[in-house]
Design a protein around this ligand. Structure first.
Ligand SMILES: [Zn+2]
Length: 255
């Protein structure tokens, strides 16, 4: 076994036998791994193995079996996220998405840093729907999905009122709409924004503000892209969809 110190983010924990737990940690230096915590409820580790906790961990890594948490320091909690049902639902979804996007035990420090940055900005109070959309767009390549929102797939011109083509896995300009009779007829502003989301340095999110109708259109289109290209169905995403429905029902009752 190999003892390493690395920053880590708790993805989830689950019961294992009597009072033991398995804890999934996304570590900056050693990828996502499962750790075994004996007598979890009585363990000094209990407060730091909850989802969304970040800490500097000292870990005993076993490549052929369970790994162990030796010690930890500098614990950070996302208290504003966990105090708000909606914010928490979105944060849980991006954790699940990161978990689904890469294999266990494979180092991906860039994804770790990006995920942590998105959570930091959610904690700061920035728009969690836009942050989630940016995360969803930028993580597509981890699923092996490369979509071109930037320039026409036929003539490569940029900055036009594009439509999206599943046949080309990218956008078509008005001159080349006819290359795909099943083009999606999506609002070209949605594609313009997805192009921005794909390229935007995450710190620039502060400058983005969108109307609810535009957010709904983006949500719907990203759902179809994920259905067609990624094909995963996460419980945490279903929960967000249900929350939206409940939100609408509550609004209708108030009106
Ligand atoms: Zn074209």
């Amino acid at each position: 076994m190999d003892v390493r110190e690395t920053k880590g983010l708790i993805l989830f924990n689950r019961d294992y036998r009597e009072d033991d737990k398995l804890v999934k940690i996304f570590t900056e230096m050693s990828g996502k791994r499962m750790f075994f915590v004996k007598h979890a409820s009585r363990s000094a580790l209990n407060p730091v193995i909850q989802p969304l906790v970040v800490a500097d961990f000292i870990l005993r890594i076993n490549d052929n079996g369970l790994s162990y948490i030796v010690d930890y320091k500098k614990v950070t909690h996302y208290s504003k996220i966990t105090a708000d049902l909606f914010r928490l639902a979105y944060a849980s979804y991006i954790l699940a998405l990161a978990d689904a996007a890469i294999e266990d035990n494979v180092q991906d420090p860039n994804l770790f840093v990006f995920l942590k940055k998105v959570l930091d900005l959610m904690e700061e109070g920035l728009d969690y729907e836009i942050l989630t959309n940016i995360f969803e767009v930028q993580i597509l390549d981890r699923f092996g999905v490369l979509l071109n929102f930037h320039n026409c797939c036929v003539c490569h011109r940029a900055g036009l009122p594009f439509d999206f083509s599943y046949r080309y896995s990218g956008v078509l300009c008005p001159k080349h709409y006819d290359r795909d009779e099943h083009r999606t007829h999506i609002d070209s502003n949605v594609l313009y924004l997805l192009d921005c989301f794909q390229q935007v340095p995450i710190d620039d999110v502060r400058t983005i503000s969108l109307k609810p109708e535009m957010k709904a259109k983006i949500r719907q289109f990203l759902d179809s892209l994920y259905d067609d290209y990624v094909g995963i169905h996460l419980k945490s995403k279903k929960f967000i969809d249900d929350l939206e429905t409940w939100g609408d029902i509550m609004k209708t009752q108030r009106d």
